[in-house]
Write a protein that binds this ligand. Structure first.
Ligand SMILES: *Cc1c(COP(=O)(O)O)cnc(C)c1O
Length: 421
């Protein structure tokens, strides 16, 4: 039995069966590469799931972890430490927000944002405004796995086994302005969007729909809340994907790449939204601890020093151009979407998408497939052109070899993302 076989057998016996893992045992990483137990190198175009923005073994992250761990790893939120205000200032400046709350994960940040919206609507009611408690969430949305977050997540398989989920959520057809207008009323306390839907298939919100959501929210005092957990922190070439649209929400959430692999989430909001929260209403044991804050500060400062937002924008354009070139050659690629280094290539067959991920892995390139038919690329921002070229050449080879077998396979699975919703 190899070491990997032993671990697989032990996990199969001991863990809740929540994951179907790839049979690879990674031991370490270097830059944009993961290295397995046999020393084989894999080009990582997924970076965790959009987490390792600076790749692996980055000296700035190592330095922050070593230095901070010698001073203070945890101190609870009963006391001050140096990191929270310093990091909050950086986030406020870059998100265009006034105040920050630190959590540990994406779902916990989103969960807190939902509570904030309900509390804010309650405050407005106490001031005589007509506003109720309903959330308008989007079809194909993904906001996390805890009860509130999963209740605002569209895919039925994530919600239904756990029902009844949190009530008061209605789903709007994404980018359908008429549907949004029809479902919006003074019952709504918040409109919930991702500027680019991640798990939903790398689908950007439309300018018109986003602007209408802003306008409707303004008309009643409801909050416009943008989940930037996947798209934020520079991945699209701006700190937040909503900045691509020039639309400022009332609340945004950050997590995945925020502390370069150390768990950290954040709610960033306006002074108006923050009015609803008083001491004791919300909190966390671990959130915003000294270690996570020190690392997040190092990540932000490195992104800036190394001009990695501009790099993500420019390399993302190159990557998408190359994918569009492939789409001209291979009919199986029916759409290429995204912004910066958040990229999706939709295929006409779910089976081909699955096979492509496996074939890429055989060629030692890590990608994944989301929403059944969309190949998703969320590489570290330190990726370079040569590495993009390597991935494109591998995809070209795979489609040349295998796409014919799936040709015309506009099977029922091809629209699976929508179908299951
Ligand atoms: C990943 C993700 C979440 C959930 O984050 P976790 O850290 O896994 O809880 C929420 N929203 C979006 C858009 C995400 O991509």
């Amino acid at each position: 039995m190899t070491r990997l076989d032993q671990i697989r057998a032990a996990e199969a016996k001991l863990l809740l069966h929540t994951y179907d893992r790839n049979p690879i045992l990674f031991e370490r990483g270097e830059g944009a590469y993961l290295i397995d137990e046999n020393g084989a190198k894999y080009l990582d175009l997924l970076s965790g799931i959009g987490v390792n923005a600076l790749g692996y073994a980055h000296p700035a992250i190592e330095k922050a972890i070593v230095e901070q761990s010698r001073k203070l790893i945890h101190v609870s939120n009963l006391f001050y430490h140096e990191g929270q205000a310093e990091l909050a200032q950086r986030l406020a400046d870059r998100t265009g927000m006034d105040r920050v709350f630190f959590a540990n994960t994406g779902t916990e940040a989103w969960e807190g944002a939902l509570k904030l919206a309900r509390a804010h609507a309650g405050l407005l009611r106490s001031e005589g405004k007509q506003i109720s408690t309903k959330f308008l969430a989007m079809e194909q949305s993904f906001h996390g796995r805890t009860f509130g977050s999963v209740s605002t997540t569209h895919k039925a398989k994530y919600r239904e086994p756990f029902g009844p989920v949190v009530p008061g959520v209605e789903f709007v057809r994404f980018n359908d302005i008429a549907d949004l207008q029809a479902k919006f009323s003074s019952d709504v306390c918040a409109i919930l969007v991702e500027a680019i839907q991640g798990e939903g298939g790398v689908r950007p919100i439309s300018q018109e729909f986003f602007a209408e959501a802003r306008k409707l929210a303004d008309s009643t005092g409801a909050l416009l809340m943008v989940d930037e957990i996947q798209a934020g922190m520079g991945r699209t070439g701006k700190w937040c994907a909503y900045q691509q649209y020039g639309i400022q929400p009332d609340v945004t959430t950050l997590a995945k790449p925020l502390a370069g692999g150390i768990p950290l989430g954040a709610i960033c909001c306006t002074e108006e939204a923050a009015r609803a929260i008083h001491a004791g209403m919300h909190g966390t044991t671990f959130g915003g601890g000294p270690l996570a804050c020190a690392v997040a500060i190092a990540v932000i400062d490195t992104l800036e020093k190394d001009r990695l937002l501009a790099h993500a924008a420019e390399l993302g354009d190159y990557f998408m151009d190359q994918l569009r070139g492939l789409a001209k050659k291979h009919e199986a690629i029916i759409d290429v979407r995204g912004k910066g280094l958040m990229i999706g290539a939709e295929l006409d067959s779910a089976d081909l998408a699955k096979l492509t991920v496996a074939e890429m892995l055989k060629r030692h390139i890590v990608i994944n497939c989301t929403s059944d038919t969309t190949l998703r690329f969320l590489p570290p921002y330190i990726l370079d052109r040569t590495q993009v070229d390597t991935a494109i050449a591998a995809l070209d080879e795979i489609f040349t070899e295998h796409a014919a077998a799936f040709a015309g396979a506009h099977n029922s699975q091809a629209a699976g993302g929508q179908k299951r919703g």
